[in-house]
Each structure stands twice: as C-alpha cells, then as structure tokens.
Design a protein around this ligand. Structure first.
Ligand code: FAD
Ligand code: NAD
Length: 470
C-alpha cells in the first residue's frame, strides 16, 4: 500500500477548506489549521456578510422604486415608511455567517479532516507549528497549502477604531444607521458598501481616487453605475484621495490630499488589502514572495518550494472566493497526483453586488482595448427589453465579445438586477467555446432579460472586427 500523504492546510477560507475536501477525497491525511473560524474571512467577515447586508438593502431599493410601478407609499422616502433596525439587520448578518461557518465545519469533520484552531507557521517546508489554546502543536507534512488570505489596508493617518472609522469587517458592529457615511475607495468593496448603505437610507459620500467608480471593471458598466449612484443622490468626489481621518465630537473628519476636510457621522475605509504572509516562515522555507508580499505561484498553485502550495488572496492572483477555491482544489489535484487542469483566468466570472449589479466573464474590454485579442463586440442597452420595462429598470446593458473568424464567445458583461445569475449562460458559452450562432439559437423565455443576451449574439452573426454598438 502506498504511504498516506500528510497534507497540512493553513487557513480555513475557500482556498483552504475546498482544498481540504479534495485532499480527503483523494485519500490524504488532512489537517486544517485556522485561527478564527471555518469559512475564513470569506464567510465570517467579507463575502457572506456583505452579500447578506446587500440583500436587505436591495429590498429597500425595490420598495423605494415601487412608486414608479403605481404602488404608492405614505411619505416621500422609503425611510418614511420602513424603519431600518440596523442592530437586527446586523445580528441576522452575523448569525447567518456563523451558521454558514458551522455547516462548513460539519462537512469537513464528516469528510475526516482534522481541524485545529490556532495560529500556524512553517518551520521549514515539512513542518507546521500551531499556537493553540492547548499550547504549541507540531505537524509533519508532505504537502503544505498556505491559504491565509489578506487583511484590510489602513492609511497611517486614518486608524480604524471600529466605532466611527471602520474597515469593512467592522460595519456589522453598528447598531444605528450612519447619518452620513463617507466611504473611502471606489473599488468593488467601496462601491458595494456605498450602494448598500445608500439603499438602506444613509446619506453616502464616496471618495474615489479615480475619474470613475470601479476602476478595475468594465468602464461602460462603471459609467452606468456612477450615473445610477448620482441619480439616487449619492455624492461622488472623483479624483480625490483621502489622507487622514479623525474623530471629532459625534462624527468624523476626513482630510483629502488637497486639504479639503469633509465631515460625516462615520467613515468606511475600503482602500484595498495586504496579504497575510508575514511571520509565516515562508522565506525561511524557500517560498518566494512578490514585492507586494503575495506568494508567487504558478497555474497549479505551486510555490518556489515543491512541498509548499498556496491558494487564494494571499497569492494576489484574483481576489475572489471562487478563484481561491479553485486554486486550492488545483493544488490538491496536482500534489496528490490526480488529473489537473491549470487555473485559467480567462474563464472566471465575477459580480459586483451593487444596484444594478455588474457581472463579467472572460475577456475584458481593457484587454480588448490593449490589443490583446482582436474581437467583434456588441453592447445592447436593456432599455428596449420588454422585461426591463415591466420591472421599471432601464439603465443596464449586455455586452458580448466574440472572435471575428469563428464567432466563439470569449467574454461578456451584464449590467442589470441579478446580473450575477444572468452571466452564467455567457460563462458556459466562454468555457465551452460556444459560437454566437449556437448561443442565439437556444430558446430564451419571453419576456426575459436573457432574451437580450440571445439578441446580442444574433447581432454578431454578421460581424467584422469593428465594434457594434446599439
Ligand atoms: C467586502 C468583501 C466582499 C467580498 N465579496 C465577494 C463575493 O461576493 N464573491 C467573491 O467571489 N469574492 C468576494 N470577496 C473576495 C473573497 O472574500 C476572497 O477572495 C476570499 O475570502 C479569499 O479566500 P481565501 O481562502 O484566500 O482567504 P480568506 O477567506 O481570507 O481566509 C483565510 C483564512 O486564513 C486564516 N489565517 C490567516 N493566517 C493564519 C495563520 N497564520 N494560521 C491560521 N489561520 C490563518 C484567516 O483567519 C482566515 O480565516 C469579497 C471580499 C471583500 C473584502
Ligand atoms: N463582489 C465581489 O466579488 C467582491 C467584493 C469585494 C471585493 N472583491 C475582491 O476584492 C478585490 C479588492 O477590492 P477592494 O475594493 O477591496 O480593493 P481595491 O484595491 O480593488 O480598491 C481600492 C480602491 O481604493 C482606492 N484608494 C486607495 N487609497 C485611497 C485613498 N487614500 N483615497 C481614496 N481612494 C483610495 C484605490 O485607488 C482603489 O480604487 C477586488 O478586486 C475583488 O476581486 C470582490
């Protein structure tokens, strides 16, 4: 009998726990060491809590928009008729996160994963030391997977106090809705929280260092979102940087780089994250880091030491729970000798959970504009779509990219309510190399927003390299 491979995983987020499931399936002897709780930051503080809060905010926006449909509410604003009990909302958010964490823990235990709660570090490439409540424990490992995630970045002169100057993990401590929330940073995190708190009825000021919100996303989509934010009354301070934040009386003062001071009741810092790679003994174990402190990995999650793999946000490859999970699985398939397909970022789909949502898959407009691939593309506004009109939603669009010669779909963007669900059809097309004709021949329901995806594909039947815009 072949000796059992000892796998030690550091970090219980999607990168770590999904790897643990694959490793036990493949017969490994698996220990997962996590310092906080199973599910990691994704489940306990980042992805799951934020999406739960956003689900509540979405209901508020739908009620707010009801009058467009002939449904009248007493009062001028949704907040006149709906009282947001943020303490209760946040309690639900935290309960749901804990329940999800507990489900993951149960599943791992069922599959035979040994779970250790403690702070782990490498002692060379084949030993992991964990500081636990029972003292120090030592684990021998044939394979180590590091999936330790990231920590919110703080500006030196804007330390978070967890009460009024907050990072995104601390917003769930709030028991009352902020009167005026200053969100610093208009990346995905900043945009999602700005959208959610605006939806809940807060006065939101968004400090955006770039000309347009969501600088990393499709810029046509970002333009729609920025307009939607402004229409809803959000103040967007574009091309402005925050340099400091301080508490003053019952509020906060945020100082911008040009010296202007803005006041609010609370401030949410969403200025990026730094990798949890320090103090792990990585360099001593021969694991190379990038200048930003991320762990260097290849497409099968190997680091520069053949016994050590890494997955998730700590690698800086693509900060998504789905990518972290895939990197973790790939690491185990590779290290435990199973069939493995290297990570392919051209297939990743993602969604920004704002109102409206922005979902993307595959090739991006940025890559097209940089001349990486020659494509034909079409952007189809959703305004004329019958279902959009019925729902009182007119500002989104669908966009498809295909190869000019074969018509194979290589990317897409959807800006719409529930774009996160609509993008799946495009995602399948991208991963299965479906061409625009086959895509458009599949029946869609009438009326439906997905009808616009089929229509976009139909418009690409006759194509050249030129961009088609409708
Ligand atoms: C506000 C927000 C919303 C997001 N929403 C989404 C979303 O909707 N969809 C999506 O796909 N992605 C989302 N993301 C990104 C997603 O959360 C991350 O990509 C994902 O958490 C990465 O998983 P991970 O396993 O690499 O790390 P994490 O989930 O951060 O888990 C790492 C774990 O390692 C533990 N750890 C660290 N060091 C040690 C140590 N020395 N010893 C033991 N344990 C350790 C930590 O406690 C942590 O639990 C969001 C991110 C943010 C900030
Ligand atoms: N829905 C999702 O899937 C989801 C949600 C949140 C985060 N994420 C992931 O996390 C990654 C990181 O996103 P993020 O938004 O946390 O970080 P980010 O680094 O992408 O964005 C931070 C933004 O803050 C700006 N900024 C930095 N310093 C500033 C200052 N002093 N003043 C004003 N602005 C400043 C930066 O220019 C940048 O635009 C995303 O790329 C995404 O992959 C995903």
């Amino acid at each position: 009998m072949a000796p059992v491979t000892k796998v030690v995983i550091i970090g219980g987020g999607p990168g770590g726990y999904e790897a643990a499931l694959v490793a036990t399936q493949l017969g490994g002897d698996v220990t997962l060491i996590e310092r906080d709780g199973l599910g990691g930051a994704a489940v306990l503080t980042d992805c799951v809590p934020s999406k739960t809060l956003i689900a509540t905010a979405e209901v508020m926006v739908r009620i707010e928009n009801a009058r467009q449909l002939g449904l009248h509410l007493p009062g001028d604003a949704v907040t006149d008729v709906v009282r947001v009990d943020l303490a209760e909302v946040n309690q639900r958010v935290l309960d749901l996160a804990l329940a999800q964490s507990s489900d993951i823990r149960q599943r791992l235990l069922q599959e035979g994963v040994a779970i250790v709660i403690g702070q782990a570090r490498l002692d060379g490439a084949n030993v992991v030391i964990a500081d636990t409540e029972h003292g120090q424990e030592r684990f021998d490992a044939d394979i180590v997977l590091v999936a330790t995630g990231t920590t919110p970045r703080e500006l030196p002169d804007a330390p978070c106090d967890g009460e009024r100057i907050l990072n995104w993990k601390q917003v769930y401590n709030l028991t009352d809705l902020p009167e005026r929330l200053i969100v610093v940073g208009s990346g995905v995190t900043g945009a999602e929280f700005a959208s959610a708190f605006d939806g809940l009825g807060c006065d939101v000021v968004l400090v955006s260092s770039r000309k347009q919100v969501l600088p990393g996303e499709d810029q046509d989509a970002a333009a729609v979102l920025q307009k939607a934010f402004e229409r809803r009354g959000m103040t967007i301070m574009s091309e402005r940087r925050a340099v400091a934040a301080r508490r003053e009386g019952d509020g906060v003062v945020v100082t911008l780089a040009d010296g202007e001071e803005i006041t609010g009741s609370h401030c949410l810092m969403a200025v990026g994250a730094i990798p949890n790679s320090a103090g792990l003994g990585l360099e001593e174990a021969g694991v190379e880091l990038t200048p930003s402190g991320h762990i260097k990995v290849d497409r099968v999650s190997r680091t520069s030491n053949r016994h050590v793999y890494a997955a998730g946000d700590v690698t800086g490859v693509f900060a998504l729970a789905s990518v972290a999970a895939m990197q973790g699985r790939v690491a185990m398939w590779h290290s435990l000798g199973d069939a493995v397909t290297p990570l392919d970022l051209r297939l990743v789909s993602s969604n920004v959970f704002t109102t409206p949502e922005v979902a993307t898959v595959g090739l991006s407009q940025k890559e097209v504009d940089a001349g990486l691939v020659r494509v034909s593309s079409v952007l189809l506004p959703l305004g004329p779509n019958a279902r959009s009109k019925m729902q009182g939603f007119t500002e989104g669009f669908v966009k498809l990219f295909c190869l000019p010669t074969t018509g194979i779909i290589v990317g897409g963007v959807v800006v719409a309510p529930r774009a996160s669900e609509l993008i799946h059809a495009v995602s399948i097309a991208v991963s299965q190399q479906v061409n625009v004709d086959d895509f458009s021949h599949a029946f869609t329901v009438y009326p439906s927003m997905s009808g616009s995806l089929a229509e976009a594909a139909r418009r690409l039947h006759k194509r050249d390299a030129a961009v088609l815009t409708n």
